[in-house]
Design a protein around this ligand. Structure first.
Ligand code: HEM
Length: 192
């Protein structure tokens, strides 16, 4: 057991094996029409949790903690923790978008949702908000973070400005995440 728990890769694999076991033992819908779409819904929620979990980690934990960390310890965050968190953050955002769009296509309402037609208004609005958030991640937060963390070397003034832009955009995404999640779950559950 400890050989599983001491490796992140084996720990994650164990989670998938356990899921598979549950499906094999209790899954009565496997292979039925719609099951592949369900599988994408599952992968979509998994990657969405990774994305929004990290967004909330940055906003609830890392950003508020920075002023309390002594200057000589700050590089541990900037050089080690933040780059790793940002790696999973942006690829989780990409996986969420891809699985979400595939899901909408498999469900047969991608066009109606993107054009905000009833009865797919809730998911359509959620998808547009989430797409804006993903755009922010890849094209505003990440380029600015690269300058802020010194991955791309710039002068001190631009570095400080980039850190602020990344932080404010991350805050915008935190605002958007709240209605976005409401809309995601509203579609199936009469929330709108
Ligand atoms: C551009 C990005 C996204 C797209 C295109 C997208 C698309 C979709 C679609 C098509 C559904 C199925 C709706 C239905 O018929 O019930 C869905 C459900 C859902 N999505 Fe997203 N989504 C995106 C981002 C996110 C994010 C960031 C999260 C965060 C966790 C998320 C969480 C969920 C949840 C929890 C459901 C509900 C599943 C259910 O009720 O069974 N989505 N999404």
């Amino acid at each position: 057991m400890s050989s599983i728990l001491t490796s992140l890769g084996r720990t994650v694999l164990a989670g998938f094996v356990l899921t598979l076991l549950i499906v094999v033992l209790f899954g009565s819908n496997v292979g039925s029409p719609g099951w592949v779409a369900f599988l994408f819904r599952y992968l979509h929620v998994l990657s969405g949790v990774m994305w929004i979990g990290l967004l909330w980690y940055f906003n609830f934990v890392q950003i508020p903690s920075m002023p309390k960390i002594p200057d000589e310890q700050k590089p541990a965050i900037g050089r080690v923790i933040a780059p790793t968190a940002l790696f999973w953050f942006r690829f989780a955002a990409m996986a969420t978008v891809l699985t979400g769009i595939i899901l909408a296509i498999l469900n047969g309402y991608a066009h109606k949702a993107f054009t905000l037609q009833q009865p797919f208004l809730a998911i359509g609005l959620g998808m547009w908000i989430a797409l804006i958030m993903a755009f922010n991640v890849w094209f505003i937060i990440w380029p600015n973070q690269k300058r802020a963390l010194g991955i791309v070397v710039v002068d001190a003034e631009l570095k400080a400005k980039s850190a602020r832009t990344a932080m404010l955009t991350s805050r915008i995404n935190t605002i958007l995440s709240i209605p976005m999640l409401y809309l995601m779950v509203a579609q199936q559950n009469m929330g709108l």
